[in-house]
Ligand binder design. Structure first.
Ligand SMILES: [Zn+2]
Length: 402
């Protein structure tokens, strides 16, 4: 396992100041820990020590949460899914993207969604009247899911890199990358390659989590430093990234999302000679202070969560939830608490049998083996629904952390 030191993806500076060590329990042997730093030159916040790209590809192909589609939604029949599976958050994101498409292109436009997942945005775009659609996603099941969930037969499997070498982008009007740029270990080279494959007039629609809003509302401690996010954009740094590629924003604004979800930054970019400079979202405070607030608040929450576990007197514990919350919690737990953990359980079938740190992730029926254990709900966003489900079905004591 090698970790690489990365230059700033925008300005290539090698001098970045560390702000947080994001230590994660290993996932099936992959150590996805990284260090968060702020570039001294352009102030971009990004992971400057991170696993090498081969590990990311293994991770995305075998472990990514995006391969299971709608994680917290119960399974229903595919025919019923498009209507029910879109949460309020997803609806707001899709609506904001469609509003930008309406304003900056025609209904005859050819649209390619890179990192389309199971096709939710493409389905929404089709429902809004567009028909010349394509999608590409690294998840092996993306094609089958897009077909089953949205009746879309236009999704191919591939990384961004493969998409630009294998796909003909000529005559594409808009390339969408929703929730993609924050993931890319080779951000600069992948984007440069993509841009070189695009016609001069092709617009790029982008959505990323808004650093401006990390601490705007209640949040999971350090949750924005997820396993998969390795650069953290503000409106200023997103525009700066595109400027290095010769693009300017036609529009760039914050999309406010419901409690539990970080607000998005969404924009549409075009090659500079054609661009009218967009008004950028007003900054709420200095970027440095906003990040500092987020880190301090996260630290306080994490300390308090660990204290709640320490105060529980059960001789053994079962952790419910094997996502990045648990991956981040386990390395921070004192040995005394760690030694009381008998099992890690998760409802996501994609994770069963995989290892998280020293534990093999088990399916919920395994809870029956530990009748005296306190079940620790290791989730911020879903803690209420998980706790209610556990209390309704198990006699164990249930401990929530927030
Ligand atoms: Zn920089």
């Amino acid at each position: 396992m090698s970790h690489i030191h990365r230059a700033c993806p925008i300005c290539q500076s090698l001098t970045a100041r560390p702000v947080y060590q994001n230590t994660m329990a290993s996932i099936d042997g992959l150590d996805m820990s990284y260090r968060v730093a702020r570039c001294d030159q352009c102030l971009l916040v990004f992971a400057d020590h991170l696993p090498d790209s081969d590990d990311y590809e293994i991770y995305y192909q075998s472990l990514s949460k995006y391969d299971v589609g709608v994680i917290d939604t119960p399974l229903v029949s595919p025919a019923a899914l498009p209507a029910v599976a879109m949460s309020m958050t997803e609806r707001l994101r899709c609506d904001a993207a469609i509003a930008l498409l309406r304003k900056h292109t025609t209904s005859n436009a050819a649209i390619v969604d890179l990192g389309c997942g199971s096709g939710m945005l493409l389905g929404a775009i089709r429902d809004a009247g567009w028909s010349r659609l394509k999608g590409v996603d690294p998840a092996p099941r993306a094609h089958a899911q897009a077909l089953a969930l949205y009746g879309l037969d236009c999704v191919q499997t591939g990384t961004l890199n493969q998409a630009t070498t294998q796909h003909d982008f000529s005559a594409t009007d808009v390339v969408c990358m929703m929730g993609v740029l924050e993931h890319l270990p080779r951000l600069e080279s992948d984007l440069a390659q993509l841009v070189s494959a695009l016609d001069v007039g092709t617009k790029i629609l982008v959505e990323v989590p808004a650093l401006e809003c990390f601490s705007r509302k209640a949040h999971e401690p350090f949750g924005e430093f997820s396993l998969e996010h390795i650069q953290f954009f503000s409106a200023t740094s997103l525009a700066a990234l595109f400027a290095t590629l010769g693009y300017q924003p036609l529009a760039l604004s914050i999309v406010e999302l419901p409690a539990g979800y970080c607000d998005s930054l969404m924009g549409i970019f075009v090659r500079a000679p054609d661009a009218m400079p967009a008004e950028q979202p007003a900054m709420v405070g200095s970027m440095a202070n906003l990040l500092e607030d987020y880190l301090q608040n996260s630290e306080k929450m994490m300390t308090s969560a660990i204290a709640r576990i320490a105060a529980d007197t059960a001789s053994n514990l079962v952790i419910y939830g094997a996502g990045s919350h648990t991956a981040r919690l386990l390395p921070k737990l004192p040995a005394k608490e760690l030694n009381r953990i008998s099992a890690v359980v998760d409802g996501n079938p994609n994770l069963h049998g995989k290892r998280l740190g020293n534990f093999v992730i088990e399916a919920p029926p395994a809870l029956a083996k530990y009748p005296a254990a306190t079940i620790v709900v290791s989730s911020f966003r879903s803690q209420t629904s998980i706790a209610e489900m556990l209390r309704a079905t198990r006699a164990n004591a249930v401990l929530t952390l927030y």
